[in-house]
Design a binder for this molecule. Structure first.
Ligand code: 5GP
Length: 175
């Protein structure tokens, strides 16, 4: 690949992502057999992972979406807001939240609290990337694609100022 001015290096290749997403799909399909889970995709960063993961799910399931915001550039603002809420009730449902990356954990902590009193049968988190070294609150995703160091990454849904979401791999952003 030609050198890209915004890219420090490729961290996770297209092939590695494909393989891991298929593994996660198999694992979740086994765990939720007979439960018709509701997969909640978090816009916008989680959407490419969501679309690939859902095609690896082999059981009946439903889809819904939420949009949350907390980042500006490469820094979390720490203040999370709901930009778009779920269309459907989650009462009695087994919910799997599908997110791109857990960093400080503030976004998912906010989300878990906002869903807590809606009567779901269960709520678990599936994230493609986990940056546990940067955690500020206790959030433990059940399904994790890759655990990474504290670096700002782009691609496969993840942006820098709304660019680079379309890259098919995950790369470290060159500041
Ligand atoms: P948290 O609230 O856990 O700090 O961050 C969650 C959100 O911040 C993610 O959904 C993602 O949109 C954004 N984020 C965290 N780390 C990164 C990163 O390394 N790269 C990009 N592009 N976004 C990130």
């Amino acid at each position: 690949m030609a050198e890209q001015p915004f890219l420090e290096r490729i961290l996770i290749s297209q092939e590695q992502i494909k393989q891991r997403v298929a593994e996660l799909g198999r694992e979740i399909s086994t765990d939720y057999k007979g439960k018709k889970p509701l997969f909640v995709g978090i816009l916008r960063g989680g959407i490419i992972f969501y679309a690939d993961l859902l095609r690896e799910i082999s059981i009946d399931c439903n889809m819904d979406f939420m949009s949350l915001s907390s980042y500006a550039g490469t820094k979390s603002t720490g203040e999370v807001r709901t930009m778009l809420d779920l269309r459907e009730s989650i009462k009695g449902r087994h919910v799997v939240i599908v997110e791109d990356i857990v960093d400080t954990g503030l976004t998912l902590d906010y989300l878990m609290k906002s869903l807590a009193d809606r009567g779901a049968a269960s709520i678990e988190i599936c994230c493609l990337l986990d940056k546990p070294c940067n955690r500020k609150v206790d959030v433990s995703p059940k399904y994790v694609g890759f655990t990474i160091e504290n670096e700002f990454v782009i691609g496969y849904g993840l942006d820098y100022n709304e660019l680079y979401r379309n890259l098919p791999y995950i790369g470290v952003f060159k500041k």
